[in-house]
Design a protein around this ligand. Structure first.
Ligand SMILES: Nc1ncnc2c1ncn2[C@@H]1O[C@H](COP(=O)(O)OP(=O)(O)OP(=O)(O)O)[C@@H](O)[C@H]1O
Ligand SMILES: [Mg+2]
Length: 417
């Protein structure tokens, strides 16, 4: 069967018409986002003023969350339009850090520009279509409406005579041609502020990322050194001392062998005990490097085992459908182990809660207790060690523990999947 192919100009016109219709849809979508951006401006000003007056700190994070949602909606629109736009790197955890972060500043600038320019572009595209539809049909209905509504060109041009009314289709044709050719261009202009401000800024975010990676690399080396020192101390103070003891005992036993075989036997028994102790200590050191419980029972089993040993009743929720790299699992395990040891030792809590879940390729670990609060990473080595260990894997750890509680330790680790 032969299919009739459209002629070249017809195909060109058809695809251009499709493009104009598509652009109108995207312009309207961008206009909607622009209206939300416009509404965000006064809210942003109020939040900024309250924050400046030091009474609105609590409002900063929800506002930044909204800003992120809105800018993500625009990023999605730009991607659907066929643009490549990467998510910017965000640094900082505290509201102040996030609010002053260069990504946020650029997003605020986008809100201001898109709130005006994005809405304007959408309005132009939609007005051209509206004028086309309204003015084309004007000669048919202008006599049926009151003199106040006898207007062409979106209400700008009064037309109260037959000859004037015939201007309607002419204006409609011009508006249609303008819409046909200009709407793709207007959508391209409408995308510009987002393309310039919502991606990673050229250089700045990259340098923030480099700073962050340099810091975590230093932390990795640091954590590595601390870990080596800990293993060295454990071997030196434990197993090595015991083995030295064994050597001394065997020497003593040899000397006693001729003189007093019974005494030599006693000393050898003592040497055997010491050897067993050395072995137990070696086993403990090995376990502290990569706990075998992780190997045997996986992260879920291992975390449940620590929670079962916790002095405070502890609920565990684990949602990790796949296995993470061994280093990540081991770090998560040590995080939960240290946090629950702290809960038993310091918190005086009635209940504790451990949640481990894998979310978008990142392992989220949360340990919370309803105790007295006041955890301070600078007051001991446990929490500081956790933070260093997590940062060494390019993860993130936050301790929140106001006096009076509750205490929450949140850790996020990239899982590499
Ligand atoms: N869950 C908690 N509830 C209340 N206070 C806590 C909690 N966790 C830690 N703390 C406080 O924070 C301090 C620091 O904790 P960290 O784990 O760093 O050290 P530590 O437990 O005292 O010693 P270690 O180095 O053996 O872990 C603790 O001394 C304790 O006062
Ligand atoms: Mg501790």
């Amino acid at each position: 069967m032969d299919i009739e192919q459209p002629t070249e100009p017809a195909r060109g016109l058809r695809s251009r018409l499709r493009e104009a219709v598509r652009s109108t849809g995207y312009a309207a979508y961008g206009g909607g986002i622009g209206l939300l951006a416009l509404a965000t401006v006064p809210v942003g000003i109020v939040v900024a003023v309250l924050w400046f007056l030091r009474v609105g700190r609590r409002l900063v994070l929800p506002f930044l969350g909204w800003l992120r949602w809105l800018t993500d909606a625009e990023r999605m629109r730009l991607r659907r339009l066929g643009h490549r736009i990467d998510d910017p790197v965000r640094v900082g955890e505290a509201p102040e850090e996030q609010a002053l972060d260069s990504t946020t500043r650029r997003e605020v600038a986008w809100v201001l520009i898109h709130g005006i320019f994005g809405v304007f572009c959408a309005a132009v595209v939609l007005q051209l279509l509206l004028i086309t539809a309204n003015d084309l049909t004007y000669p048919l209905w202008w006599q049926d409406v009151g003199p106040g509504e006898q207007l062409l060109l979106n209400g700008l041009l009064p037309a109260r005579t037959d000859s004037r009314a015939l201007l309607g289709p002419v204006i409609a044709a011009i508006a249609f041609v303008l819409w046909f050719f200009a709407s793709p261009r207007l959508v391209a202009w409408q995308a510009q502020p987002g393309l310039r401000l919502l991606g990673p800024p050229p250089g700045t975010d990259l340098s923030a990322r480099v700073t962050q990676l340099t810091a975590t690399r230093a932390a990795a080396l640091d954590a590595h050194t601390v870990e080596l020192r800990r293993i060295e101390r454990a071997l030196h103070d434990g197993a090595q001392n015991r083995v030295v003891g064994v050597a001394v005992l065997i020497g003593a036993a040899r000397r006693e062998l001729q003189r007093d075989p019974v005494r030599a036997e006693e000393i050898l028994a003592q040497a055997q005990d010491t050897t067993e102790q050395a072995l137990a200590e070696l086993r403990a050191v090995v376990r502290s490097i990569l706990p075998p419980v992780l190997e045997n029972r996986g992260l879920a089993g291992a975390v449940n085992a620590i929670a079962a040993d916790c002095a405070v009743p502890c609920t565990v929720t684990i949602d990790v459908p796949v296995r993470c790299p061994a280093s990540v699992e081991a770090t998560a395990y040590f995080v939960v182990a240290e946090a629950l040891t702290n809960v038993s030792k310091h918190s005086r809590a009635d209940t504790a809660e451990v949640t481990v879940r894998l979310d978008a390729g990142r392992l989220q670990v949360r340990v919370r207790d309803d105790g007295r609060g006041g955890a301070d990473p600078e007051a001991g080595t446990g929490l500081a060690g956790i933070i260093r260990r997590v940062e060494a894997l390019d993860g993130h750890a936050v301790v929140s523990s106001p006096l009076g509680g509750p205490t929450e330790l949140r850790v996020e680790l990239p899982c590499g999947s």
